[in-house]
Design a protein around this ligand. Structure first.
Ligand SMILES: NC(=O)c1ccc[n+]([C@@H]2O[C@H](COP(=O)([O-])OP(=O)(O)OC[C@H]3O[C@@H](n4cnc5c(N)ncnc54)[C@H](OP(=O)(O)O)[C@@H]3O)[C@@H](O)[C@H]2O)c1
Length: 274
């Protein structure tokens, strides 16, 4: 039995699908315990990672845990996991965990990794770059018109489809051979925001135009969309340039045996988000 937290999320839902497809029973945890739409072999369970007592029962009979980072109850959840006989934990972290900056994002990811390392369980850390699914946040603009305003127009990133993060996670959950590995995960192409919008335009049959925000405008836009410490972290990453996500890495293909999905594939599958 595999327990997947964040099971209604971009990555977690894919982990549930990939583990179930491999024929392994899976518990799909979210705060609601929503079970509708789960694949055969998966059951929905309710649990809140900020309230470890709500997670404990679902650890029964589990051999591997897919863990979302940054929740207050992590230490207790991991202690309970160890007591319940869980063998390994695969945690969703991020490439920025490699950067020692002290901003809100690097801080919570590094603290989460430290907590897992100290848990005594075998672990695998997944450190993806930006998700292709972040493009969903452009949906409102795209529905209103053809002009798409984006922060950090000059920053190339090799965004990854959450599908591929989930595929790697499933391998690491199902086999002990990935224990002790830190996997930095990217998509197959390093693109500018305007490149992605051009692809979206082609897929949607629209003439979309990219307008780059200045860093000051980006500060305002991010401040409206995220709590201030997170907006500041994104500015540190991409305006100050302390995080380089431009490199394409072979990790997804090395672990799964097939190349990661392109942005065009992601966009084609998610046209209804626009
Ligand atoms: N987006 C990026 O570009 C990017 C890049 C690198 C790393 N990351 C990392 O990826 C993570 C986000 O992954 P995602 O996009 O798959 O997540 P997501 O789509 O935002 O979903 C979050 C999931 O966590 C669950 N959740 C929320 N609060 C919870 C709680 N208190 N207890 C238990 N579960 C809870 C949600 O379920 P319910 O709300 O249904 O309970 C949902 O299933 C973040 O930690 C981020 O740092 C993101």
């Amino acid at each position: 039995m595999i327990l997947v937290t964040g099971a209604t999320g971009n990555v977690g839902a894919g982990v549930v699908r990939a583990v179930a497809a491999a024929g392994e029973p899976v518990r799909a945890m979210s705060r609601s315990g929503e079970g509708a739409g789960l694949p055969k072999g998966a059951e929905g369970v309710a649990g809140d990672l900020n309230r470890p007592e709500t997670v404990r029962e679902a650890l029964d009979g589990v051999r591997a845990l897919f863990l979302m980072p940054g929740y207050e109850g992590q230490r207790a959840v991991l202690a309970d996991a160890r007591a319940a006989g869980v063998e390994r934990v695969v945690m969703l972290s991020g490439k920025s965990a490699a950067v020692d900056d002290g901003n809100a994002v690097t801080r919570y990811l590094r603290a989460a990794e430290d907590g897992v390392r100290e848990s005594g369980l075998d672990w695998t850390f997944l450190r993806p770059v930006s998700f292709m699914s972040n493009a969903v946040s452009l949906g409102d603009q795209i529905r209103k018109g053809d002009e798409v305003r984006v922060p950090f127009p000059g920053v190339r990133t090799a965004d990854i489809d959450p599908y591929d993060i989930a595929e790697v996670a499933a391998r690491a959950l199902l086999s002990p051979e990935h224990a002790g590995h830190v996997y930095t995960l990217t998509g197959p192409q390093s693109l500018l925001p305007a490149d992605r919008i051009a692809v979206l335009g082609e897929v949607l049959g629209r003439e979309l135009r990219t307008v780059g925000l200045t860093d000051e405008e980006a500060r305002e836009a991010l401040g409206a969309a995220f709590p201030a410490p997170y907006a500041e972290a994104f500015l540190r990453f991409f305006a100050d340039g302390i995080l380089d996500e431009s490199q394409v890495l072979p990790t997804v293909e090395e672990v799964t045996g097939r190349p990661p999905r392109t942005f065009r594939e992601w966009a084609t599958e998610h046209t209804n988000a626009f």
